[in-house]
Design a protein around this ligand. Structure first.
Ligand SMILES: [Zn+2]
Length: 485
């Protein structure tokens, strides 16, 4: 017979870690982990970690998450609830020999911190304090924390046990509606925390977290992972339900159209899972003008005075909330240079056309700079006889054969630039989220005598899904307390 050596493998046969519970106090989260689910269809089972043989397959739909946490379930902590408090876990070590207790300790642990040497009772649950945890320090985060466990019998040499790894999500505060920790089906999903903690990683303030979520969705739209469409053609919102499972499944894989309700649902579901509380969905303006990186206000480009006296347009001041007045976007081209100065265009409209001001509400040049044109509370002058309710957006450039209807071309025939199209798409989202637009079309769609915005531009607008003339009869809505599936 060989002499017994105290190797790690041998040690594991004497004392074995059976399970670890993170969320061990139901309904509380000031001492332990939050109540969460995996996703719509799957619960998180406690104990979250079990030794091989007793662990069940996760069965989650998100392959990446499953890989990261198989065969164990993740845990989540709220910084606001645990900061300055002692967090505990419950562990169970079993021993087939007639030992009553051993000393244990664990190095590593990442943000959960190491576990200092202490005596535990075998074959029953023990509460362990995480005295070295650093959960609050990094703000919102997702981490794979690994403990390297050891035990010692009667103060003799330390013997290694298998390491345990745990996916830990850290949010800023208790998740808010549509999440509700008290109802099983509304507990925040690990699949959502996975995305939210990644998009808002490192944020320590709820407003910044919200903005980070918004910016990441914005980037997805800029990169054409989804096509933003105006009007009531939501892909993920039906009635007052957000199909979050489908959104997560499509993400980075399937290009669907999404609209303002989808964006509201996505941003609030993600941001609220981190503890943010939207201040009433109806009033939430998702995109602010400051989200437009190349936006130049009138104050910055210093326009000529408004020609109120002798303009042929009436300079009509809209006497209601612009959100209730506008329902349509009309796309134009200027038929002039793609690099024209905005003030030259204004002067042309005022002096040649005899208008009070620029006819359009927004103008985008070939470099993608967006200029504030006519102020939004003034009725536009861009579709003859049919300006009511229409926001005019014009791209600088001549996108039709020279001199196609006014002989005003002073630039070569061209096409919208990539930057111009990117800015246009961003502007359409801002305008739609602020004014709730039903329809968007080219000038030619509203006046068949016009070719504007030109044959070199119109098909590009179509390709980017910016033209939407079919107004849906079904109105999507999304109110506070929407439900998820
Ligand atoms: Zn036009």
């Amino acid at each position: 017979m060989a002499v017994k050596s105290e190797t790690g493998a041998k040690g594991a046969e004497i004392v074995k870690m059976k399970y670890i519970k993170f969320n061990h106090k139901k309904g509380q989260c000031s001492e332990d982990a939050l109540d969460i689910r995996m996703n719509y269809g799957n619960k998180v089972e406690v104990p979250e970690w079990q030794s091989e043989g007793s662990a069940k397959d996760l069965g989650g739909k998100d392959a990446a998450l499953q890989k990261a946490s198989t065969p164990n379930y993740p845990a989540a902590y709220s910084i606001k609830n645990i900061e300055g408090k002692t967090i505990t876990i419950k562990v169970f070590f079993e021993c087939k020999k007639k030992l009553r207790s051993v000393k244990i300790r664990a190095g590593g642990g990442g943000i959960l911190g190491g576990i200092k040497e202490q005596t535990i009772t075998l074959n029953q649950e023990n509460i362990i304090k995480l005295e070295q945890q650093k959960i609050a320090g990094r703000g919102i985060t997702k981490e794979k924390a690994t403990w390297n466990w050891e035990f010692s019998i009667d103060g003799k040499e330390w013997q290694k046990l298998p390491s345990t790894s745990h996916v830990i999500y850290v949010v800023l505060d208790i998740p808010k509606s549509p999440w509700n920790l008290k109802e099983e089906l509304k507990k925040p999903w690990a699949d959502v925390l996975e995305l939210a903690c990644s998009w808002a990683s490192g944020q320590k303030d709820l407003n910044n977290a919200f903005n980070a979520i918004k910016r990441n969705l914005w980037n997805l739209l800029d990169q054409n992972h989804f096509f933003y469409v105006v009007g009531d053609k939501a892909s993920y919102v039906k009635g007052n339900t957000f199909n979050c499972s489908q959104f997560l499944k499509d993400l980075y894989k399937v290009k669907r159209n999404i609209n303002r309700f989808d964006c509201l649902a996505i941003v609030t579901a993600l941001a609220n899972s981190l503890g943010y509380e939207s201040k009433g969905l109806e009033k939430l303006i998702l995109w602010e003008r400051s989200d437009l990186s190349h936006y130049v206000t009138r104050a910055r480009w210093k326009p000529n005075p408004i020609n109120t006296g002798k303009g042929i347009d009436d300079y009509v001041i809209i006497d209601k909330d612009p959100k209730d007045y506008y329902d349509t976007i009309a796309f134009h081209s200027t038929d002039r240079s793609q690099s024209e100065g905005i003030k030259a265009l204004q002067t042309f409209h005022q002096e040649e056309r005899k208008w009070s001001d620029l006819g359009y509400h927004f103008v985008i040049n070939g470099s993608g700079t967006i200029y504030e044109g006519r102020e939004i509370h003034i009725k536009g002058c861009h579709v003859a006889g049919a300006n009511t309710g229409k926001i005019g957006i014009s791209m600088m450039g001549n996108f039709q054969d020279k001199g196609f209807f006014r002989n005003l071309v002073d630039d070569e025939l061209t096409s919208p630039t990539t930057q111009q199209m990117l800015s246009l798409k961003q502007l359409v989202r801002v305008v739609d989220c602020n004014y709730w637009i039903d329809k968007a079309g080219g000038h030619r769609d509203f006046d068949s005598s016009r070719q504007c915005p030109g044959d070199n531009a119109y098909p590009i607008l179509v390709r980017h899904q910016l033209i939407n003339l079919a107004e849906s009869k079904e109105k999507d809505t999304l109110t506070d307390g929407y439900s998820l599936k």
